[in-house]
Design a protein around this ligand. Structure first.
Ligand code: HOZ
Length: 428
């Protein structure tokens, strides 16, 4: 594997950009070494600046469900972009995307587009506080809801990758308004509501956690959250930035049959361009300005390019797409487990549709504590072993492996072949 160009670009970037990157996990701190600078992508593959080719399972952190440079998305996007890239005014494309989201997700009666998942969750929380007149938030350990102050306690993703329990710069007041409980821990959630239910504006949860690796919810956990929030007058927010249009058109709420009050979205609904959205019950959403007193705005919100990429992406997904994704990811999971068995390496996996978590421990985790109890050194060795053999996995044990519709059975075969050797190295 050639590394010269990426290394030289990283050394230059590190002088001008914090950590040499635009988002912390990309810096490879958890796996060591320096990041690849990617030059292009096509289908299930990416090429770096040194000309190495990789089968990509990061897929822009789950945004690219159709794979890279999908011809349909590119054609539609470039046609739309010829008419201008931003107006800061309503466009027909926004309406098209709103129609697609609302019809796929019945709990989303009305929505607001923003530019990132963080903006979506941050705005949903402000809305919950405005609607209920209450200050507190209940979040669950290991869930990541973007980087707004209220969410940076016991968070997953980069916070877990770097081993940070909290972030500097968050006031004690903001931190005190966030209560945490264990993921899948119904008794702990009940206790929080018993103690201060009348002060809680919302409980927010990733209905399938994808930022501590993949941790599946007990259906009863999600149902209990629905019950507890409803009976205390708090709102239930499902953060479906990853799971929205990833598990099913109606997201995890469709799969688990639990209807939240508010949903946050991002990634897939922007087809690889920056996007976010939050939406839910009309009665709640009508509190957002200009209809109501909760202020939220953005120059690039509903950006026509992002809306167009989203419209085309969602339009390309059918029920059959999800069956194919799940079948392929299931095959990948099975092959990895077989290879681990053959290599004598302790490995467990957890999977929801095309989201796959890989853990170097003996059973699939059910909580953040269990997810963190993975052998991160073994993951780092595995990561580099796979990279050297042409497979690009997330550079952290606390992220998700994403399968896209561009991946093929052949990709699964070559990935399993690479894993056969990389898993032996990981054990050593
Ligand atoms: N929050 C993203 C993963 N869940 C990481 C984003 C990035 O580094 O691009």
């Amino acid at each position: 594997m050639r590394r010269r160009v990426s290394e030289s670009l990283y050394s230059k970037s590190s002088k001008l950009m914090v950590g040499g990157v635009s988002s912390p996990v990309r810096a490879f701190k958890a796996v060591g070494g320096s990041p690849l600078f990617l030059a292009r992508g096509k289908g299930s593959h990416v090429w770096d600046e040194d000309g190495n080719r990789f089968t990509d399972y990061v897929c822009s952190w789950g945004a690219l469900i159709l794979g890279h440079a999908d011809p349909g998305v590119l054609a539609y996007l470039s046609r739309r972009m010829r008419d201008g890239t931003s107006f800061g005014a309503p466009t027909r494309e926004e309406l098209r995307l709103a129609e697609k989201v609302c019809s796929a997700m019945p709990s989303v009666e009305k929505l607001r587009f923003v530019s990132s998942g963080t903006e979506a969750t941050m705005s949903a929380l402000r809305l919950a506080r405005g609607y209920t007149g209450r200050p507190k938030l209940l979040k669950f350990d290991g869930c990541y809801h973007g980087h707004a102050d209220s969410f940076l306690t016991k968070a997953g993703s980069g916070m877990a990758t770097l081993g940070l329990p909290a972030s500097a710069g968050v006031t004690d007041g903001a931190a005190a308004d966030t209560i945490t409980a264990g993921y899948n821990d119904v008794a702990a959630a009940e206790e929080v509501f018993r103690r201060e239910g009348d002060r809680i504006a919302a409980a927010i949860v990733e209905p399938v956690a994808g930022n501590m690796g993949v941790v599946l919810p007990d259906a009863e956990f999600l149902r209990a959250l629905r019950r507890l929030t409803a009976s205390s007058g708090a709102l239930l927010i499902f953060d479906e930035v990853i799971t929205g249009f990833r598990l099913a058109p109606g997201g995890a709420q469709e799969v688990y049959g639990v209807k939240p009050d508010l949903t946050t979205l991002g990634k897939i609904i922007g087809g690889g361009l920056p996007v976010g959205a939050y939406g839910g019950k009309k009665e709640v959403m009508s509190m957002v300005s200009p209809e109501g007193p909760v202020y939220q705005a953005g120059t690039l919100s509903g950006n026509p390019a992002a809306m167009a990429a989203g419209v085309k992406t969602l339009g390309s997904l059918s029920r059959g797409s999800y069956q194919r994704l799940s079948r392929l990811a299931g095959e990948l999971e099975k092959r990895l487990r077989e290879e681990a068995g053959a290599a004598g390496t302790t490995l467990s996996t957890s999977r929801a549709g095309s989201m796959l978590g890989i853990f170097f421990r003996d059973s699939a985790p059910r909580s953040f504590a269990e997810a963190k109890d993975t052998d991160t050194k073994a993951y780092a060795k595995f990561f580099w072993g796979m990279l050297r053999r042409g497979v690009y996995l997330p550079p952290s044990a606390f992220e998700t492996v994403f399968v896209s519709l561009a991946h093929s059975q052949r990709d699964v075969e070559t990935t399993a072949e690479a894993a056969s050797a990389a898993l032996r190295e990981a054990r050593a």
